[in-house]
Design a protein. Structure first.
Length: 426
């Protein structure tokens, strides 16, 4: 996937080179650099949208969390490219016209077609970038973060026409305009198909609905969802769906929740911790409530390598691992890290599964101060799991815990290819 993106970048650079017979003077070099960055920004927004188009081969082959990390990192670059493009173009035009940048900015906004719309688009992208920063994300609700991202589509629409109206690579090159438009149109069709048409078809075919809600522990509930021919979804333990519960207060918002039990022919289960308004409202769901589900998504599934397996969960990260614990073949060890006994979810189920299949379960409870050190250090992991370096390891939990655990596993000698991870983060 990264190779395809890199090839696309080379093609974009060739597009500029093909349309530029020569560059001379400071103004020409500045303008040329601005044009290159503008083309890369135009290509970059298409890549960002394609990564989040929920295309099944990418979702299952790369994994949603990895795609989200690429999307997040790429978003920062694209915002920087957009503003660097604008600054270099203004500077280059000002040098060429022997005027100052303030005067040239006014000229561009008032006399060049569609530049004002592109400027609005740039500030929309900047706003989306600000709210997506980790520090800002912690202070906003998931719904706010999610819906602000829709302004990205508006920004792309506003900026598109100025590329053809002012871009030297497109003004007189019909073929370039055609292929550039085709790239945008292809991604738009993928978005419409996989994010709207496919879920609507699944909703009509499978008739998802709430069967019941069960309290699993303090602030943790399970929602049982029924439907017709659910086996046709080909969902696997470890995967998740995006759920939209069609009640008066919840229909407008979809949230990703993993399956917390192996999917059945007519029953799915998700388990949710009360972390906000949406998860709290799930406890009040009534049987019969219709559900709109998108998925299954995610590459956090069994590798079927035939080797022994270690499942390592942190907090509510147990949900996808609970589904895998009951279905993975061979010998399985589960390590469950939680702050206290009351934070353990599915204790009775996990113990019953372990007894039935002869698996090992270790509950690591308490703070580091109470335990007397890091309970997930390389030394501790090696003592709990003999032959650790020869196992497939699946790690799921909060971002910090997941990253620290992966580092500990690598220090303990587990190859990178044997570590499968998923973080709970939006």
């Amino acid at each position: 996937m990264l190779g395809v993106i890199a090839v696309g970048t080379v093609v974009v650079l060739f597009l500029w080179w093909h349309a530029t017979p020569g560059v001379s003077g400071l103004g020409g070099w500045l303008t040329g650099a601005g044009e290159i960055l503008g083309l890369l920004a135009g290509y970059g927004v298409v890549v960002l949208v394609a990564l989040m188009a929920r295309i099944p081969p990418l979702e299952r082959g790369v994994g949603t969390d990895q795609l989200a990390r690429w999307h997040s990192m790429g978003g920062k670059y694209v915002v920087c490219l957009v503003f660097a493009h604008a600054l270099l173009i203004i500077w280059g035009y000002a040098v060429g016209a022997h005027t100052n940048v303030v005067s040239e900015t006014s000229t561009l906004l008032t006399q060049y077609p569609d530049v004002l719309m592109a400027t609005v688009a740039a500030f929309l992208l900047f706003g989306v970038g600000i709210i997506s920063m980790r520090a800002a994300r912690r202070r906003v609700r998931y719904e706010t973060w999610y819906y602000v991202h829709f302004y990205t589509y508006l920004a792309i629409a506003l900026a598109f026409s100025h590329q053809f109206a002012n871009g030297a690579s497109f003004v007189s090159d019909l073929a370039a305009r055609f292929w550039w438009s085709a790239m945008y149109l292809t991604v738009a069709v993928l978005i419409l198909w996989y994010r709207f048409a496919v879920p609507l078809r699944a909703y009509a075919r499978h008739r998802f609905h709430v069967i019941g809600v069960k309290q699993e522990g303090p602030g943790v509930i399970s929602v049982y969802i029924g439907g017709a021919r659910l086996d046709e979804l080909d969902a696997e333990p470890g995967q998740f769906f995006r759920w939209r519960f069609l009640t008066k207060s919840m229909w407008w918002s979809s949230h990703p929740y993993s399956l917390s039990a192996a999917p059945g022919q007519d029953l799915l289960r998700i388990t949710v911790k009360d972390l906000g308004d949406h998860s709290e409202a799930l406890a009040a769901l009534q049987p019969g409530t219709r559900v709109f589900a998108e998925g299954p998504y995610g590459a956090f599934t069994a590798s079927h390598s035939g080797r022994s397996v270690l499942l390592l969960a942190g907090g509510v990260g147990i949900t996808p691992l609970r589904a895998m614990f009951a279905t993975l073949p061979g010998h399985v060890t589960l390590i469950y890290r939680a702050s206290s006994e009351r934070d353990i979810v599915f204790r009775a189920e996990l113990d019953a599964i372990a007894a039935a299949r002869g698996a090992d379960v270790h509950y690591l409870l308490g703070s580091r101060a109470e335990i007397g050190g890091d309970p997930l250090s390389p030394r501790v992991l090696q003592s709990l799991v003999p032959g650790l370096e020869d196992r497939d390891v699946y790690v799921c939990g909060p971002v910090g815990m997941t990253a620290a655990t992966v580092s500990a596993l690598r220090l303990a000698g587990v190859p990178k290819r044997s570590i499968h991870r998923e973080s709970f983060e939006f």
